[in-house]
Each structure stands twice: as structure tokens, then as C-alpha cells.
Design a protein. Structure first.
Length: 251
């Protein structure tokens, strides 16, 4: 049974591992191509956009895909909207692996911001030393608050020319641990952290480190992300695939 996984997350890679050793399914992993050297994957991988909803419908038909699992990042809302629309149009079942958001713990000083622009405003008027952990695509938004000194952690260097003036970069790829995150925030004299509510374990240490150091975190609210049948874990997604397989075979 031919399956498409929309990936780019830890869960998608775990799912790819499980499917690579499962003779019931013939799966392909799709990545957006946001990183120059993606981590090695257990499944055959295609990279790059499909060309909107029409392109995705075409791909699903050409490749004779029977089921799709959307395991993309919680802030990648466009590809999820496309997946819902394209699977609807092609009458292909869709499941979505949804990662639970982090929730505020005692000691957390979160400032909620509805989007990245609001996050830049929320840092405040006075110059501060800011740790930006929002990826590379929206760094330019912080040029609207040039009074701050930014340390941005990214996987690949940004190509944008409209970056904030006082910007230092640290290139790294998670997972991160608490001791190293605490040391980074201390050594770089960070006063405030800006984060997306990614959920999961891999990048949570910065939130714990901020809590321990008494630092505020500007937390960008998750966008509305359209979904198919919601599953929480890669194993649940496999069970759903098996359910689809059985119903197609009339078992
Ligand atoms: P997006 O805004 O949802 O998608 C933009 C376009 O990228 C889609 O319309 C699609 O192009 C293509 N695309 C996205 N995911 C794809 C996939 N798995 N396979 C093939 N094409 C895909 O997503 P984004 O631009 O990647 O990221 C949006 C937000 O998520 C950002 O804030 C980013 O920092 C965060 N984020 C994303 C990832 C990731 O792996 N994508 C990882 C970490 C964080 P077409 O319309 O041409 O098909």
C-alpha cells in the first residue's frame, strides 16, 4: 500500500523508521527542503514543494498514493491546509500526527504573542539581550525592534538581507540538554527568550533553562493547523494505516 508521509519533524523520522521495516506499506517521505543537509532518513525521500494544492493532488494521483500522514511541524500550517484540501479532492484518507503543546509550569514567565510580529513588540522598548529560537525564516521581522541584541539559533545561515542589525548566530541542530542550554543563556547574558510552542522533548530544555534562570519567554501562539484523523504517536499512525489497509481490502 503506497503511503506519503509529510515530514520534517522528529515524529516523522520515527514514523519513517517504523515504516521502513513494515512490509505492509511502501512509504515515501516528503521534506520541504528547509535545511541544506537534512538528517539521514530511513525511507526514500523526495524534497521540495509540490506546487500548491493542485500539485499535491497531481502527485498523489501520479504516485498512486493510497493514504497520507501529515507529520509536519506545528507551525507549518500551509502544507497542512494543502494536505486536507488535496486529500479531500483526491478522496484519499489523511491522518495527522499532532504533537501536544508545552504547558506553563510553576515558575514559567511566559508572555504570549499571537505571531512573530507581536513577539518582536513584546520584548519591550528598552534594549535587551534576546535569544531567538524560531528558525531562520522570520528573523527579518525583528529588524522592526533594532534596539535589542539578538542571538539566533538556526540550522542553516539565513540568506535574508533585511536582518536585525545586532544579530549573532549560533548554528546547531537539536536535541538540546538542560546543562548546555543553561550555560548558553548564562554565557551569552540572555535576558529574554523568544520561542514557538513546538512541544516535544527535543527543544524543551531552553524552556526549563529559562525557568531555572528566572528569564521570561515570549511564546508565539500556535497557528490553526488543519488536520485529518488526529493521532498522537507514530505507533497510532501505523495502526490507522493498517485500519485503512484492511478497509480497502474489505477485511
Ligand atoms: P508551510 O508554511 O506550512 O509550507 C510552505 C510550503 O512549503 C508549502 O505550501 C509546501 O509548498 C512546502 N512544504 C512544507 N512542508 C512540506 C513537506 N513536508 N513536503 C513538501 N513540501 C512542503 O511550512 P514551512 O514553510 O516549512 O514552515 C512554516 C513554519 O514551520 C515556520 O515557522 C518554520 O519555522 C516552522 N518549521 C517548519 C519545519 C519543517 O520541517 N517544515 C520544521 C521546523 C519548523 P507547495 O505549496 O509548493 O507544496
Amino acid at each position: 500500500m503506497r503511503v506519503l508521509i509529510l515530514g520534517g519533524t522528529t515524529e516523522a523520522s520515527s514514523l519513517a523508521h517504523l515504516l521502513a521495516n513494515d512490509a505492509r506499506f511502501e512509504a515515501t517521505l516528503s521534506l520541504a527542503g528547509r535545511t541544506a543537509q537534512p538528517a539521514p532518513q530511513a525511507l526514500p525521500t523526495r524534497i521540495g514543494g509540490f506546487g500548491g494544492i493542485d500539485g499535491l493532488v497531481r502527485y498523489l494521483r501520479d504516485e498512486k498514493i493510497v493514504a497520507v500522514i501529515d507529520a509536519t511541524h506545528p507551525y507549518a500550517d500551509q502544507i497542512s491546509a494543502h494536505a486536507v484540501a488535496a486529500c479531500g479532492r483526491a478522496a484519499i484518507p489523511l491522518a495527522s500526527l499532532v504533537r501536544a503543546p508545552w504547558t506553563r509550569q510553576a515558575g514559567d514567565q511566559w508572555i504570549e504573542a499571537v505571531d512573530t510580529r507581536a513577539a518582536a513588540d513584546a520584548i519591550g522598548r528598552d534594549p535587551r539581550r534576546v535569544f531567538l529560537t524560531i528558525g531562520r525564516q522570520e528573523l527579518a521581522v525583528f529588524a522592526s525592534a533594532p534596539q535589542h541584541h539578538y542571538l539566533a539559533r538556526i540550522i542553516d545561515a539565513p540568506s535574508d538581507d533585511a536582518l536585525p542589525p545586532n544579530l549573532s548566530l549560533v548554528q546547531a541542530r537539536g536535541p538540546y540538554d538542560l546543562a548546555a542550554e543553561t550555560a548558553l543563556l548564562r554565557d551569552r547574558r540572555i535576558e529574554i527568550v523568544v520561542s514557538k510552542n513546538a512541544g516535544g522533548e527535543a527543544t524543551y530544555a531552553k524552556i526549563e533553562a529559562a525557568r531555572e534562570l528566572g528569564l521570561p519567554v515570549v511564546m508565539i501562539t500556535r497557528p490553526h493547523k488543519p488536520a485529518g484523523h488526529v493521532t498522537a504517536k507514530p505507533e497510532d499512525a501505523i495502526a490507522w494505516l493498517d485500519h485503512v489497509r484492511r478497509s480497502l481490502r474489505g477485511v
